[in-house]
Ligand binder design. Sequence first.
Ligand SMILES: [Zn+2]
Length: 467
Amino acid sequence: MREVRIRDTLSGALQSIDPEHEVGIYACGPTVYSRIHIGNARPFVVFSLFARFLRSEGFKTRLVVNVTDINDKIYVAAARAGEPSAKFAAEMTAAYVSDTDALGVGRPDAEPKATETVEGIVELIADLIEGEHAYESGGDVYFRVRSFADYGKLSNRRPEDMDQGEEAGTAGLKEERLDFALWKATKEGEDTSWDSPWGPGRPAWHIECSVMAEQELGASFAVHGGGSDLVFPHHENEIAQSEAAGRPFAHVWMHNGMVDTGGEKMSKSEGNIFQLKEALNRYGREAVVAYLISGHYRQPLAFGELPMEEAVARVERIRNFFRTQAGPGSGGASPEQQRGGSGETPPDPDSGPARRVEAFRDALADDFNTPRAMAELFELIAEANREDELPGAVEAVSEMVELVGLGTLSSPDGSGEADEGAERLMAERDEARAAKDFARADAIRDELVSMGYEIRDSADGPRLVRR
Ligand SMILES: [Zn+2]
């Protein structure tokens, strides 16, 4: 087992993950008011693969990613869609699960929802009121920021630079501007509410994560993750809520950088590829995953057609490696060796390929440095391509791609064997796309997926591949 270290946002230092205890990871998930975009997919992939790596090193690991299904944005979007907000949130949650399933990196161990956590939320708020860290005002409840001396320790901001971003209407209800809402009384136009000691209402946003993290992982857990846009106010407020109530919180704070989609400009000029579903549709899941791990998780990541085409090319390079090195009649390892690594010649730990795997794992152990790890993988592929035969290379690359969620690239690919019905649907999909009927094209893609096919976009246009 390697020493695994992560750059902690709170201390600024590299912190080791404790191998003696279960590694609880809590990562903030999406607010389900629309289809998720590529930016939401980044934390999902980063934390799923980080948990996978820890497990492969022998750490007992539990990953929790919540779903925020109570929120102002949901009320607004549901009203616009002409649907009850609970129904709308349930539909968007199902879409989120289906979109992230399609990433093929597995599901978190637990995915708690705000709507299923209200009881625990009410209890924590009551505790905070009892400890004079919170107060009721006009049916709302607010956290008294001044009562928590450590406030600001995560984001290192001065109070005058802090803005909770809450609606102007709450100003008259708060003792101080910096206080933030824990509970909101039901307002006109809101069609869901829960009973509480302060009247009917609903939880505000931050409190759910304090409660879910503790319910799923216990009061003191290893890693709290999320996008860097959540450092303030969301994570600052989670710390205040939990620690003010005397509950120790996360040991390490791990934040991923933002995906830069260029905002409106990109959505207009390049269609909807910032939507995860559309990016998956256009580039295939391997390219999307390869793109998301192409930069260090803490750095911002530029999104657009060019970086996606580069990811497609990298994926093709890996696929070609397996085709040529492991394909029939090649001098490389047999498919049996490739699958189980149980061929006649066990990998030599001193060989180039085995050392590359060690370097790959060392990079992941060092603040989860996926670009450095992938550089090892591509150097090994280049080396193997130069040689007639490089024993152990196929096994080594198989292990590497599996660790970063790209294991399907090492299996023989059954393209070209699609049956007639699938080929006909594929042609219909091409027509629908040409006519810009994307709803129809998506429906056909879903049908093909249910038939066991995947559409991969390559340099020669979309190809149908058996999953
Ligand atoms: Zn959260």
